[in-house]
Design a binder for this molecule. Structure first.
Ligand code: 5GP
Ligand code: ZN
Length: 112
């Protein structure tokens, strides 16, 4: 499968990694929309949150558990935002599940 984030997991495409374990990878977004903008992804390919079922729920729980420690390591002590875009209407451009961590400044109040 030709997937950008699978290629980042394999190392075929370089990225600036900030966290990694056997199931999850976090790296800096190439086009940051906030002073801190990190993408957190499962290493296995899931196309979006819409594909998550009971079978993958433990993986997703683990992914969510690592987010606070990544945020702490990035100095996001005053809050931050976590976003996952899904599909066409959600403006998802990379079809490998990812959570954006955005912070380092007061973010816009508008969510959409
Ligand atoms: P989406 O729009 O799918 O929610 O978010 C995809 C994100 O991936 C965007 O914020 C975009 O800047 C980021 N991105 C796209 N290509 C690359 C890349 O090659 N490397 C990194 N680090 N981020 C990328
Ligand atoms: Zn993938």
């Amino acid at each position: 499968m030709n997937c950008l984030f699978c290629s980042i997991v394999s190392g075929d495409i370089p990225s600036t990694r900030v966290y990694e374990d056997e199931r999850v990878l976090a790296f800096r977004d190439i086009n940051p929309q906030a002073p801190v903008h990190i993408l957190v992804i499962p290493k296995v390919h899931l196309s979006s949150l819409d594909e998550v079922t009971e079978k993958s729920s433990a993986l997703i729980a683990h992914l969510l558990e690592v987010i606070p420690s990544i945020a702490r390591a990035e100095g996001l002590t005053n809050g931050y935002r976590v976003v996952t875009n899904i599909g066409e209407d959600g403006c998802q451009s990379v079809k490998h599940l990812h959570f954006h961590i955005l912070g380092g400044a007061k973010l816009g109040e508008q969510m959409a």
